[in-house]
Design a protein around this ligand. Sequence first.
Ligand SMILES: Nc1ncnc2c1ncn2[C@@H]1O[C@H](COP(=O)(O)OP(=O)(O)O)[C@@H](O)[C@H]1O
Ligand SMILES: [Mg+2]
Length: 298
Amino acid sequence: MGMDSGLMGDHGPPDPSAVARPDERDVEAVRARAYREAASAKRRVYAISHDGRRYMVKQSAPGRTLPRALGGAFLVRILAGHWPRLAPLRLGEAEQLHYEASRLRGLADDGQQVPRVVLVSDDHLVMEDVGPPLTQVMRSLTPAGQADLIFRVAADLADFHRRGHWHGGAQLRNHTRLHDRLYRIDFEEPLDQTLTLGSRQAMDLMLLVHSVTAVKAFVGRHRHALCCELIDQYLANSPPAGSLEVLRQSQRIKRRLKKSLGWARRWTGKDLERIWLTTEAVEAVMPRLAADRHDSAF
Ligand SMILES: Nc1ncnc2c1ncn2[C@@H]1O[C@H](COP(=O)(O)OP(=O)(O)O)[C@@H](O)[C@H]1O
Ligand SMILES: [Mg+2]
């Protein structure tokens, strides 16, 4: 018999809860709490506490409806220059939670700043709370402080991309700050099933710029300057050649689109207006992109 038999004789059969490592017990307690609090949760993502620590629970949700997926595809087409397949844009429910969990685990294993996954089931994903989203952090900053934070995010994105990663939802609201460190959250878009790495990275930058066009402290030419400086900060931090190449290509597509849709500009809603602003910022920085061309592998 094994070495344990003597001990078993002394102490009786092992208590199943004692067999579990302490953190596994914590996981079960967190799971129970997540289920208990799901009923009263007001949002799809809600906070819970256990043993003095805060966690965020993300519940499963249906994927996009066909019209919404088409809208998403149009945005990808404009921002990254490609028509994506619709199926990945329609991912939802358990599959989407497991997808996000595996992305988070992969990035954490690579030393990236993302929340640690505590557990994932078909109903929910529980992860560490990594602080308030930047959109909230910015409310207590001066406009200059907001701009600095945005530039830091842009430089950080170039670094993330250079290491071969991509976000898929790089809007400001999908970044958080905790103990003065930036974290990325929200990895539920399986764009790797439909876009090349360069396209996904270019899309990240465009989504970041697009989200910055909604920052209220900056309007008119200040907003334009902010977006241009953001792109400059990205370019100045050695992003990968693949991303730059897609930015150049998609800009050509956008220029054509703009020409053919330009007349409609003042009739279209705020959403399209923000896409134009994003496009204009890239266009203004294009000479810089062209100058960097000799550095690129293309
Ligand atoms: N790990 C986390 N730490 C802190 N806040 C989070 C975390 N995950 C989600 N949140 C908060 O919940 C919001 C929605 O979560 P997110 O993953 O971005 O889902 P959605 O797909 O609804 O945008 C975020 O904007 C953020 O405020
Ligand atoms: Mg989000």
